[in-house]
Design a protein around this ligand. Structure first.
Ligand code: DX5
Ligand code: ZN
Length: 226
């Protein structure tokens, strides 16, 4: 299972150093959490395309950058994130009226298309889109901030997506990636890997005041090997 860091708990004045340390630790996939002060329940604002553009310039062209859009108007503003240099746009099924058109627009613009669903949203809302999606993201917390408790009740949803993706791939369909986001730490990373997750977002489990980024990543990698 691949690990991608969320930078929400980082010191933004030292973000370049954090990104460099992550790259030096072998991280190649970076997860950017965009909140617009409106869509998430706690009305948080994080950052937008300008910071993502800086991260892209800092990381270079080889890094893979996704943006997780927790915003009201992804259908109208997705191109700002593409211009900023993301490789994959992940939009919430609950926030987009016409998801098939968004997928088409993203693919036409040359980037990957992802769909994310909240813990309470049924899998059936996303399954019809699966053949065209490059990634499905299952939220294991209510979106809005890092450092929340993992919600184990999403296990069935993860396993159902894994089965649907495996069956899609077995008939030559798209190899849609399965990602999880929220509350992943060294103590539960191997559990979600066993459920069939391909990529896990880790925020406060990597960027905290208990250890360096590399030490925290090593603890997760060690846990995944055991
Ligand atoms: C929250 C974000 C997550 C969050 C993860 O809405 O989507 O990416 O930063 O942070 P942790 O790993 O601390 O739950
Ligand atoms: Zn996220």
């Amino acid at each position: 299972m691949e690990i991608t860091p969320s930078i929400l708990t980082a010191d933004f004045c030292r973000l370049g150093e954090t990104l460099a340390e992550a790259s030096a630790s072998g991280i190649n996939w970076f997860h950017m959490d965009v909140m617009d002060g409106n869509w998430v329940v706690n009305r948080t604002i994080t950052f937008g395309p300008a910071l993502i553009r800086s991260a892209r310039e800092h990381l270079g062209t080889n890094a893979f950058i996704d943006c997780h859009l927790m915003i009201t108007n992804a259908e109208e503003t997705w191109d700002q994130y593409v211009d900023a240099g993301v490789d994959l746009v992940i939009a919430h099924i609950e926030a987009v009226d016409d998801f098939p058109t968004l997928i088409t627009n993203l693919h036409d613009a040359g980037v990957q298309a992802g769909c994310v669903l909240n813990p309470s949203t049924p899998i059936e809302e996303v399954l019809p889109l699966l053949p065209d999606l490059d990634l499905v993201l299952v939220m294991s917390i209510i979106p809005g901030k890092g450092g929340q408790m993992f919600m184990p009740e999403i296990e069935g949803k993860v396993r159902a997506f894994r089965a649907a993706i495996d069956s899609q791939m077995s008939v030559g369909g798209r190899a849609t990636k399965l990602m999880i986001d929220g509350g992943i730490k060294d103590h539960n990373a191997s559990m979600v890997a066993e459920w069939g997750i391909d990529i896990s977002v880790v925020g406060s489990g990597l960027i905290n005041d208990r250890g360096t980024f590399s030490e925290n990543l090593e603890a997760i990698r060690t846990a995944l090997k055991t």
